[in-house]
Design a protein around this ligand. Structure first.
Ligand code: HEM
Length: 544
């Protein structure tokens, strides 16, 4: 494989060539003006050559060009629409389901950038497990993350990431998650109470239905839950308190149209350019980060003092990280902020989609209500164990996560020459890991892959004792990429699902959830994709 030369060496070689060229043709570069003209001409000709190579040369000479992929859509932009698509990953889902392939699809993007899409269990395993550390998040994404959230686990790479991951895996272990479950159940009851109050208020006590904006409502729930699990602090956002901190979370962690272009600019333009021309969102995000940082700086000494004076039983992430002794105070803040960035909107979005899917499938919602009611029997509420075991409840949560992954696409770049599915892949090649496409791939999930069928997650081999089928009928756990897989998979998966199960079960047993509009909502957002901000659902109290 031809070695890849750094820009500085390539430019120096080109400059040397043009220098000799100018000498041979009798040009003298003696005055500062003629030297400056030559330098400019050399730079411009280098850019034109490099640009032409990227656009015309690479597609003709790439060693991966024999791999199947979509037809080029435009000379200049090639298939970059696959990357900038909305709903995110939608076009790639179409490619995966229609272009025959042996585990890899290939296409070119903006300025000749080259992309591979792993589509089989083997090729995905190579990227996310077998050779996970040979692929890194794209540098633009990391720059953006470090600037606005700090250098935490979500952004770190290599040895730094391995070290953080070791501590995080301990913090999120099953025992810790189990300890937090009762807190999540209490929060779920509060949410039910809140919706109940809305029902009476809205309908003036006559008709007891309330149309609620779920996108906002689930973010308020997520704020409270993330506050409890990350900081040991309940913001009571659902009760309308601490709305300033909600705005900080929205500013930093929610995605919208404005943030999409903000993110794209930071990805494409060089950092010096972005620093020279700061945008309004830059300063809004910096102010929001400053406020969150201040709050954390107040909380950390309180936590450390509590740790020294008592044997605290707090299970929040902040306490656990502080206890671990692996991080200084300065390192803890970015770790917490990036964790909030990973967990806040993702959990809210998945919960919103779960409620939407139940509203759109009233018969499944009815069966779920029956399942919950049978499990409760004479008990006032479900036990913590029930939530984890009820087959339909779990199936509904898994099926929603499968169809609506918040991180619908995540990009990686090969940092060295490596192999995927037996193919040599050059350093610098982008890998598009597309949970939306893999989760909806017909060759992995069957012809009904794009339909909402919770039954696929239920094993009814013993009709009297149905169980959860952890693979959902696919051949491997890697076919469900909503939480990714391997050493960069989501550490908060257990907690997020525990929360979604509890809130869903409590809402379904108390309300009939109906669609307010018959429009089919589509995911929006680029860095993460969630339900449209205007998604409303109607909650009608059940008679029981
Ligand atoms: C339904 C909700 C959630 C979904 C769908 C989700 C999904 C994901 C995905 C796909 C990744 C990998 C991202 C990438 O590498 O590009 C990830 C990473 C991560 N998630 Fe989650 N997440 C959820 C909730 C949470 C929660 C509640 C927390 C914390 C309380 C959390 C903490 C993290 C952390 C710390 C990472 C980085 C792991 C690493 O890089 O080693 N997530 N999540």
């Amino acid at each position: 494989m031809a070695p890849r030369l750094p820009f500085s060496l390539k430019f120096t070689l080109w400059a040397a060539l043009t220098w000799f060229g100018s000498r041979l043709s009798g040009l003298r570069l003696e005055s500062p003006f003629s030297f400056a003209t030559w330098l400019c001409a050399t730079f411009i000709s280098y850019c034109i050559l490099s640009f032409s190579w990227r656009i015309c040369g690479r597609p003709c000479f790439s060693p991966l060009r024999d791999l199947p992929g979509p037809k080029s859509e435009s000379f200049l932009f090639q298939n970059s629409s696959g990357i900038f698509d909305e709903p995110l990953g939608n076009r790639i889902t179409g490619w995966v389901n229609t272009i025959p392939n042996d585990g890899l699809l290939h296409f070119f993007g903006l300025l000749g950038s080259e992309y591979l899409i792993p589509t089989s269990v083997e090729s995905i395993s190579d990227v996310v497990t077998n050779r996970a550390y040979q692929f890194q998040k794209a540098s633009g994404l990391r720059r953006y993350g470090v600037r606005f959230f700090g250098d935490g686990i979500v952004i770190q790479e290599g040895e730094k990431h391995k070290k953080s991951r070791k501590s995080f895996v301990q913090v999120f272990n099953q025992r810790q998650v189990d300890k937090l479950k009762p807190v999540l159940s209490t929060k779920a009851s509060e949410i039910v109470q809140h919706v109940r109050e809305k029902c009476l208020t809205n309908a003036n006590g006559v008709s007891k239905a309330a149309s609620i904006n779920v996108a906002e409502f689930t973010k308020l729930i997520s704020l409270d839950v993330m506050g409890i699990i990350a900081l040991g602090h309940d913001f009571h956002g659902i009760l309308g308190q601490n709305l300033q901190i909600f705005e900080v979370f929205q500013m930093l962690f929610s995605s919208n149209e404005e943030k999409k272009s903000h993110f794209m600019w930071h990805n494409c333009a060089p950092p010096w350019f972005m620093n020279m021309f700061p945008s309004k969102i830059d300063s809004q995000m910096e102010v929001a980060y400053g406020k969150l940082r201040k709050r954390l700086e107040q909380l950390i000494p309180e936590k450390l003092a509590a740790l020294k004076s008592t044997t605290t039983t707090d299970q929040d992430i902040l306490t656990q990280l502080a206890c671990s002794g692996d991080f200084s105070d300065d390192e803890i803040i970015p770790q917490i902020v990036t964790t909030l960035s990973a967990g806040f909107e993702s959990t809210a979005s998945t919960l919103s989609w779960t409620l939407y899917c139940l509203a759109a499938n009233p018969e499944i919602q009815h069966s779920l209500r029956e399942e919950i009611s049978a499990a409760k029997s004479s008990k006032a509420t479900l036990s913590e164990d029930d939530y984890e075991k009820l087959p339909l409840l779990n199936a509904v949560c898994y099926e929603t996560s499968r169809l609506y992954p918040t991180f619908a696409m995540t990009l990686r770049k090969a940092i060295c020459d490596t192999y995927i599915n037996g193919r040599l892949v050059q350093a610098g090649t982008y890998i598009a890991i597309v949970p939306r496409a893999i989760n909806r791939a017909k060759h992995l999930w069957g012809p009904d892959a794009e339909e909402f069928i919770p039954e696929r997650w239920i094993d009814r081999s013993d009709p009297l004792a149905p169980k959860i089928n952890q693979l959902g009928g696919a051949s491997s756990a890697i076919c469900m990429l909503s939480f990714l897989y391997g050493p960069r998979s989501c550490v908060g998966r257990g907690l997020a699902l525990a929360e979604i199960r509890r809130v869903t079960a409590r809402l379904v047993e108390t309300f009939d959830i109906q669609q307010t509009s018959s429009t089919i909502p589509q995911p929006v957002g680029w860095l993460s994709s969630g339900p449209p901000p205007e998604l409303n659902l109607t909650f009608v109290p059940t008679t029981k």
